[in-house]
Design a protein around this ligand. Structure first.
Ligand code: NAP
Length: 307
């Protein structure tokens, strides 16, 4: 018979790792199932994190490692596997986490699978992915030293990416569909102070063009309908995130793919909790993901005592 854990945490971003820390302190028999080879989630691809209290300006990769080291220090147990589906979400039942490599069982689950980059959905995007089209400036920016690049989007990620790229690219265009950025004001100020960044407002990309490598972007100004061709060697797409929740369809209630759960992390399925970017919430940040991990453990403890 397989081992039945008190708790399985699925995902090892800030929410999953904070939950692992709290679970160890609560002496819950816990397993963390992570898909990626390196823990940390989206934080790993953030160049610099300047809003996590106590650690101003820390590199995203370093912060991800610190979260993991903390969980390791407390003895958290990790396994690398990809979750395919969950069986039995009823109250009091043992839940089976069916993965590619193995099936694991627990009395309670925390779904902390986070989110992934959203695609822009224009011609050329898929064909030129990895050939000038990228979703991660910190991963791929170095390939564009002294080149001209464009970032598409107007949120925190787009503006952070443009600031990061401006350090190495000769010119960076930020292409945004409105005339106002969604990103934090401090990031906007930083961006607009850079000489080699130009914001192209009210503009959408119709296609990414190239022959084996990115050569240009076809743009349309949404206000006056004017079209133009912009020569670039790299296109960084930062148009938001999609929740990683496919494996949980039919198991828990969702809203546009986000798992419906409040601050107590309780989902529609008893004993199954959701934490971090994958749950419905107003603010998706590292600190709110970590807070979710802590709240989820309090709810798990209560559930395990009562069921
Ligand atoms: P986001 O905040 O949802 O912003 C997405 C941006 O892409 C928006 O400006 C949006 O335009 C634009 N967009 C969406 N679909 C588009 C399309 N089809 N064509 C053109 N533009 C499109 O996403 P994000 O920047 O990836 O950030 C994700 C989450 O992580 C956010 O909650 C963010 O606050 C958080 N985050 C926080 C930090 C930090 O605190 N340091 C850093 C990174 C990320 P509109 O503005 O017109 O909607």
């Amino acid at each position: 018979m397989s081992h039945i854990y008190d708790l399985i945490i699925i995902g090892s971003g800030p929410a999953g790792l904070a939950a692992a820390v709290y679970a160890q302190r609560a002496k819950l028999d816990t397993l963390v199932v992570e898909k990626a080879m390196v823990s940390g989630g989206q934080v790993l691809t953030t160049y610099e994190v300047d809003n996590y209290p106590g650690l101003p300006g820390i590199g995203g990769y370093d912060l991800g490692l610190k979260f993991r080291e903390h969980a390791d220090r407390l003895g958290a147990r990790f396994v690398e596997d990809e979750v395919l589906k969950i069986e039995d979400g009823s109250r009091g039942a043992v839940k089976s986490v069916v993965c590619q490599g193995n099936t694991y069982e627990a009395r309670a689950l925390i779904l902390a699978t986070g989110a992934v980059h959203r695609k822009l959905g224009v011609p050329g995007e898929e064909e030129l992915a990895g050939a000038g089209v990228s979703y991660c400036a910190t991963c791929d920016g170095a390939f564009f030293r002294n080149k001209v690049t464009a970032v598409i989007g107007g949120g925190d990620v787009a503006v952070e990416d443009a600031i990061f790229l401006a350090r190495m690219c000769s010119k960076v265009y930020l292409i945004h569909r409105r005339n106002e950025l969604r990103a934090a004001k401090s990031l906007q100020e930083n961006l607009l102070s850079l000489d080699n960044v130009e914001v192209i407002w009210d503009t959408v990309a119709d296609s990414i063009n190239g022959d084996g490598m990115v050569k240009s972007l076809s743009l349309t100004n949404v206000k006056d309908g004017q079209k133009r061709e912009l020569e670039v060697q790299g296109v960084f797409i930062a148009v938001g995130i999609s929740p990683e929740s496919r494996a949980f369809e039919g198991l828990v209630d969702m809203d546009h793919g986000y798992i419906r759960a409040g601050e107590d992390a309780a989902t529609s399925a008893p004993g199954i909790f959701a934490a971090g970017d994958v749950r419905t919430k107003p603010l998706r940040q590292i600190i709110t993901a970590a807070a979710d991990g802590a709240n989820a453990i309090t709810s798990v403890e209560r559930y395990l005592v009562e069921n």
